[in-house]
Design a protein around this ligand. Structure first.
Ligand code: CP
Length: 315
């Protein structure tokens, strides 16, 4: 990771070797999930703070559980109900939490660069859990993990990313992560939701839904209405979007898997019959989120996978 492996702020902080090491660590940690006693002593005495300025179900719960499974202390601060409501700035909030000497601060914020600001304001390792429409690197890592375990070799994979790329930090991180490991990526959606020039990240672009036919993985993005400016019309209507780009059983061919970062808008970007089908890996992604976030915390705070092997044997 960049800055001597101190932070995970963006996929660009990782080399391919870093990403593969984290995925390998996650695989080793997954074995602990099948035990009766699931806790490992690895991060005993460490403190992980979750600082969330935007709502979250999966990311917050999995970071909290990941830290607890590694025996770290955890503290969660949601902006709503905190002194942020009284106007306290992000920097002052970071300085305040930094006074408790946290080892890691996991931060989600609606503004791009918020995690970088926290990293510049504290001595803690900082993990970006989503900053505006910029980056969500641990989502991309858990998606790589899910694809690698469910489908196989990442470098021969073709992934179609479908929908609202324009407002999606998940898409940006995933495109970069897939490019890092040598996978092929095609973005599919209406021209209004595909940012011009995004091919520079190393992906192809198609505007017709038929383009998903060649992919091994159909990765469905949520329509992010909360990030669309009031009054801006990116699609004529959600109904029309669903008709043109919604992932229905008829559009999924045999052998393809379907992924979605959640939360899903059932009936908009994904048909409930697909969401609940054998092809869908949505809950597999959630489970991967736990072990990948354990692996990220482990990677930031310990010396490497050699020690992990010993702990898994002993615990
Ligand atoms: N995928 C994802 O980030 O989900 P949450 O917003 O529930 O954390």
């Amino acid at each position: 990771m960049a800055d001597r492996r101190r932070h995970l702020l963006a996929i660009s902080d990782l080399s391919r070797v870093d990403a593969e090491r984290i995925l390998d660590t996650a695989r080793a940690l997954e074995r602990s999930l099948d035990r009766e006693v699931k806790k490992l002593p690895t991060l005993r005495g460490r403190l992980v703070v979750n600082l969330f300025y935007e709502s979250s179900t999966r990311t917050l719960s999995s970071f909290d559980l990941a830290a607890k499974r590694l025996s770290a202390d955890t503290m969660a601060l949601r902006a709503s109900g905190s002194s942020v409501d009284k106007g306290e700035s992000l920097r002052d909030t970071a300085l305040t939490l930094g006074a408790y000497d946290p080892d890691v601060i996991v931060v989600r914020h609606p503004h791009i660069g918020a995690a970088n600001l926290v990293a510049a304001s504290t001595d803690a390792h900082v993990v970006n859990a989503g900053d505006g429409k910029h980056q969500h690197p641990t989502q991309a890592l858990l998606d790589l993990y899910t694809m690698r375990e469910a489908v196989g070799g990442l470098e021969t994979l073709h992934v179609a990313v479908v929908g609202d790329v324009l407002h999606s930090r998940v898409a940006r991180s995933l495109i970069e992560a897939l490019a890092l490991v040598g996978a092929e990526v095609t973005l599919v959606g209406p021209p209004t939701l595909i940012p011009p020039g995004i091919e520079q990240l190393g992906c192809g672009v198609a505007y017709e839904i038929d383009a998903i036919g060649n992919a091994d993985v159909v990765y469905v993005l949520r329509m992010q209405q909360e990030r669309m400016l009031p009054g801006a019309a990116f699609v004529p209507s959600l109904r029309e979007y669903a008709a043109l780009y919604g992932i229905t059983p008829e559009r999924v061919r045999a052998g393809q898997v379907v992924m979605h970062p959640g939360p899903m808008n059932r009936g908009v970007e994904i048909d409930p019959r697909v969401a609940d089908s054998e092809a869908a890996l949505v809950t597999t992604q959630v489970r991967a989120g736990l072990v990948v976030r354990m692996a990220v915390l482990y990677d930031l705070l310990t010396a490497g996978p050699v020690h992990l092997a010993g702990e898994l044997e002993v615990a």
